[in-house]
Design a protein around this ligand. Structure first.
Ligand code: M6R
Length: 608
């Protein structure tokens, strides 16, 4: 969603701000802006609707050598995408950028009668509120910020400067991430460490309820109650290559193609091949605790939710004595759900910042249930708030559509399920086939991608003119179908929905006509014949079916078929998902849409 950058130091701030904002483009935005201050406190405010390129156009006539500034990419919430609504917002001598939502902005606005509002945003209300406490420089900026935040309800990550003091930036967070990059003679700020990569490796992650005063050589952090906080400097692990396209036309294709390596990272050091066992250090649960687990709640949104659903099927297969409930975070947080005491909650999030998932984590912790993060972004809020966790280690995922994270989330949760099964004394004969397949999975992914890519590209072009799609699967292939449909709809805008094959005659079969195509997942296994019977019903009604199967001599009269290798049995739907990722990619390319930054969506959903 929105992105924040800031700079104070020895170099031209505009350069860092623009390059930083570009690094955050992937998060989704619809306007952008920066403000820099000269040594005398003259402000240069530039804002533009649309892409950062539009901001750069304005910059060409407004180049400044100012050494301090803040910038923002805005994803519209309050008010349309427009220059007036873009950040930074000004109130008196103050400029402010903000991620999050100020829930009581209307109420606050009523009291800010001296400020002439120029935008429809909640952020301008916050700027005016800070200004009302700043009283034209009578009080230090940081005090004014703290006073204002104490009256504020909602979520925020903010950066504030004043023309009175072109040497410091005041930042604060509550529910919206901020990371401070410590350089030599310069200090940087971003809502996502990606903006800092290549500038510094030293970072301080601000916690909720903290406010910091940043100068070129110093960072002073306090709580909103003025208690001093000693800053913990951490290493940024991401490198430049990980956030560049590396020769691919789109990040999405790069991220699909790097799954053999990213999954290998997820597995690294966690499987003892010789013993055929799984060992996860991160969750931090003793064997005794694992043995007692009877129930798993898996919480996530979007793709992370689908990963939870799929992992749940597997875990219940090999550990029948536990039940798994996979839930949508935005629903679960308001359900007042009672969680049995012998439960463990898995909190699944690529970004580690998703607002609904984070809210669930906090609710679940209140019930005293152990929480385990299945997170990718290192140092993210969820990763820091869970009791224990297993990082999926897939590296930065830049494209809004989540791909490599899904595969690794499923595998990480399966590994967690296996550790429970081991602790409960499951026979190795039951677990071994799964563990053996996990070991083989990265190579099988490579093979599937290599073999299916070109065929999928050709097939996808045939279907690119259709506006509706139905994805079908059973058992573990059902959540895979849900994920396939989500991928297609979010980037190609095709109206794609997934159904369990068995549900077809309960309604969706009525949809089948020439405006639709169907993607049928048909892995070998006990339910294969049943799925084929369901498929017959679709074909009998003229369905235009793309079948994805690992049955070599597949002979159904479908329009197109992608046959993948059958070396992987249990996790075949994960391989089929790769094919669906490629279908979504190539359909979108054929339609000519923005693959990596689909309309209306953001990579990291930090508001409710
Ligand atoms: O960062 P998270 O994994 O918590 O994000 C959850 C969803 O917002 C995310 O998976 C979303 O559905 C993706 N755009 C799907 O590709």
């Amino acid at each position: 969603m929105c992105g924040i950058v800031g700079y104070v130091g020895k170099n031209a701030a505009q350069d860092f701000l623009i390059s930083g904002l570009k690094r955050l483009e992937y998060r989704g935005y619809d306007s952008a802006g920066i403000v820099t201050l000269s040594e005398n406190g003259d402000a240069t405010l530039l804002r533009a609707k649309g892409k950062i390129a539009n901001l750069e156009d304005k910059l060409s006539n407004n180049k400044r050598n100012d050494k301090i500034g803040i910038g923002h990419t805005r994803w519209a919430t309050h008010g349309e995408p427009s220059e007036a609504n873009a950040h930074p917002h000004q109130a008196g001598k103050i400029f402010l950028v903000h991620n999050g939502i100020i829930e009581n902005y209307k109420e606050l606005k009523e009291h800010l009668t001296e400020h002439e509002f120029k935008s429809q945003t909640d952020t301008e209300v916050l700027a005016a509120l800070v200004n009302s406490f700043y009283k034209d420089g009578k009080y230090p900026l940081v005090n004014a910020v703290v006073q204002a935040l104490k009256l504020t309800k909602g979520t925020y990550g903010i950066a504030v400067v004043t023309t009175d003091n072109p040497n410091e930036i005041v930042v604060a967070r509550s529910g919206s991430p901020l990371v401070i990059g410590v350089g030599h003679g310069e200090t940087m700020l971003a809502s996502d460490a990606a903006a800092l990569v290549g500038h510094t490796k030293q970072a301080i992650y601000l916690n909720d309820g903290e406010v910091a005063v940043i100068t070129r050589d110093n960072v002073v952090i306090k709580t909103l109650n003025a208690e001093p906080v000693s800053a913990k400097v951490e290493e940024i692990e991401t490198n430049l290559a990980a956030i560049q396209k590396g020769g691919y036309e789109h990040f999405l294709l790069k991220e699909i193609m790097e799954q053999p390596e990213s999954l290998a990272e997820t597995l690294r050091g966690r499987i003892n091949e010789k013993e055929g066992t799984v060992r996860l250090g991160g969750p931090g649960l003793s064997q005794e605790q694992l043995r007692k687990v009877k129930h798993l709640v898996i919480v996530g949104c979007g793709t992370a939710y689908h990963a939870g659903l799929m992992a749940g099927y597997y875990i219940e297969q090999f550990t029948p004595e536990i039940t798994v409930e996979s839930v949508i975070a935005s629903e679960y947080r308001y359900k007042n759900a009672y969680i049995p005491k012998d439960s463990v909650a898995l909190i699944v999030s690529q970004s580690g910042e998703t607002a609904d998932t984070l809210a669930c984590l906090r609710e679940i912790k209140k019930q005293g249930i152990p929480t385990i993060g299945i997170v990718n972004a290192i140092g993210s809020t969820i990763a820091r708030e869970v009791d224990g966790g297993t990082y999926v280690h897939v590296g930065p995922e830049i494209s809004v559509a989540s791909t490599k994270a899904f595969t690794s989330q499923v595998v990480a949760m399966v590994m967690f399920g296996l550790t429970i099964a081991q602790a409960k004394g499951a026979r190795s004969g039951i677990l071994k086939p799964y563990i053996d397949e996990l070991i083989k999975l990265p190579a099988a992914i490579r093979e599937t991608l290599d073999e299916a890519s070109e065929a999928v590209r050709k097939i996808a072009q045939k279907y690119a003119s259709l506006e509706h799609a139905i994805y079908l699967g059973r058992d573990t292939a059902y959540p895979a179908a849900m994920e396939g449909a989500l991928k297609l709809k979010e980037i190609s805008y095709v109206d794609a929905n997934a159904y369990a094959f068995g549900e077809l005659k309960h309604g969706p079969l009525a949809l089948v006509d020439e405006r639709f195509f169907e993607v049928a997942l048909l892995p070998k296994g006990e339910l294969f014949d049943k799925a084929i019977s369901n498929l017959q019903e679709v074909l009998a009604r003229g369905g235009q079916v793309i079948a994805i199967t690992n049955v070599r001599d597949f002979e159904m009269p479908v329009r197109d078929v992608i046959v993948i290798k059958d070396t992987i049995k249990h996790f075949a739907p994960l391989l089929m998902n790769l094919v669906m990722q490629l279908i979504a990619y190539y359909v979108t390319v054929a339609k000519g849409y923005d693959v990596d930054q689909p309309r209306n969506l953001a990579k990291s959903v930090t508001v409710e």
